[in-house]
Design a protein around this ligand. Structure first.
Ligand SMILES: NC(=O)c1ccc[n+]([C@@H]2O[C@H](COP(=O)([O-])OP(=O)(O)OC[C@H]3O[C@@H](n4cnc5c(N)ncnc54)[C@H](O)[C@@H]3O)[C@@H](O)[C@H]2O)c1
Length: 348
């Protein structure tokens, strides 16, 4: 069998820390090409991981590979994805899908006219907790979802590397970078729900105004800090479900916390401590899920889903239209905060 040739676009932290070593575990693929705007960096990573070809341009890579993994700053997700899909090259694009929902629309249009598949790397869906919760919900365990609580909270962990605090390159801060994961997971678990209205508030005073910055994840320049570091929102969905959402990179809280609960008509689920709550026949019961029979890591499952879909052996677990809904909410939260009013979301 001919190997699927994979090209890495952006030789930074997530490429070297996750995607390259993970994809190299699969016998069906060869991580054969790499491109970075910083050519020296690409060469160093190619040597470290035994990647045969360092490309001088992205176009050169697209001529040579079957699939690309886009791990650049967020600003380049849409243009690089569209360029690849226009050449029928498969794409795994890191999250968030893009900077705006308009860019997401253009990516989906390119996907519709392409032989290539488009996977957005919302990897929380491949975690054991998510697998367990989805199974219970799909079996009707919570009935109709009503109220969704989502927290993606870090204490004093603004990413001090790369361009994470650059609004032009990233589109935002804690919300678009970190909160997006939990937003995606919560909406996917809740089923086919579409956001219709968003009220949000964004803050950045913890990082911008602070002259005594205590930060666990390296140093950043407060004077050029342009993005959000703490965000709250209230989201209404088309089926009358609603979501209370909070995310932060830097909050003054006791400890980091990732939390999703979905309270439905028949039962409720807590995702990260994997608990299932019901009430019937005079009893209230909480069940703890102690074990999920899945031996592979989420990184492996995510890569496997992408490869299997390309090989027509599976279907994409993260659909681009779902990832676009996450981007619509993010965009609406930023707008709501800027304009100090609720924002309606159009769903086609
Ligand atoms: N799924 C996750 O949990 C997760 C975690 C970290 C990062 N990410 C995402 O991955 C992407 C990259 O993050 P990172 O932490 O690896 O950042 P990074 O700064 O470590 O790496 C980005 C790389 O892209 C290169 N680059 C910049 N502009 C480029 C361009 N126009 N063309 C080609 N290369 C370019 C940079 O030189 C750098 O090597 C971001 O979109 C981020 O949101 C996802």
């Amino acid at each position: 069998m001919e190997l699927l040739k994979i090209g890495i676009v952006g030789a930074g932290g997530i490429a070297t820390g996750r995607h390259i070593p993970t994809f190299q575990q699969f016998q069906e693929v060869s991580v054969s090409h790499i491109y970075d705007i910083d050519a020296e960096k690409a060469k160093i990573v190619a040597t470290e991981f035994g990647i045969a070809h360092v490309c001088d341009t992205y176009e050169e890579m697209l001529e040579a590979v079957d699939a690309v993994i886009i791990t650049t700053p967020n600003k380049f997700h849409a243009p690089y994805t569209i360029q690849a899909l226009n050449r029928d090259v498969h794409v795994m694009c890191e999250k968030p899908m893009a900077l705006t929902s308009e860019e997401c629309d253009a990516m989906i249009e390119a996907e519709e006219h392409s032989e290539g598949v488009l996977h957005i790397a919302y990897h929380y869906r491949f975690m054991k907790e998510a697998i367990a919760a989805k199974q219970i919900i799909d079996q009707g365990g919570i009935g109709e979802p009503l109220v969704i609580n989502v927290k993606a909270m870090r204490r004093r962990k603004v990413p001090g590397w790369g361009v994470f605090t650059n609004k032009d390159l990233q589109g935002g801060g804690s919300l678009i970078d970190y909160g997006c994961h939990l937003l995606d997971l919560a909406m996917w678990l809740a089923g086919d729900i579409k956001p219709i209205e968003v009220n949000g508030t964004t803050y950045n005073r913890l990082s911008k105004d602070n002259h005594d910055i205590v930060n666990e994840w390296g140093n950043f320049d407060a004077s050029t800090f342009e993005v959000d570091d703490h965000v709250t929102a209230y989201v209404k969905f088309d089926n009358q479900a609603s979501m209370l959402f909070e995310t932060s990179w830097a909050a003054n809280i006791e400890h980091d916390e990732e939390f999703i609960s979905i309270a439905g008509t028949k039962g409720g689920i807590n995702v990260f401590d994997m608990k299932y709550n019901t009430a019937s026949e005079g009893l209230m019961t909480t069940t703890t899920i102690d074990y999920v029979q899945e031996k592979n890591t989420f990184e492996y499952l995510q890569a496997s889903n992408f490869i299997r879909t390309i090989l027509h052996d599976s279907v994409l677990k993260v659909k681009s239209v779902e990832a676009r809904n996450v981007s619509k909410i993010i965009e609406a939260i930023y707008l709501s905060s800027a304009q100090n009013k609720a924002i309606k979301i159009q769903n086609s």
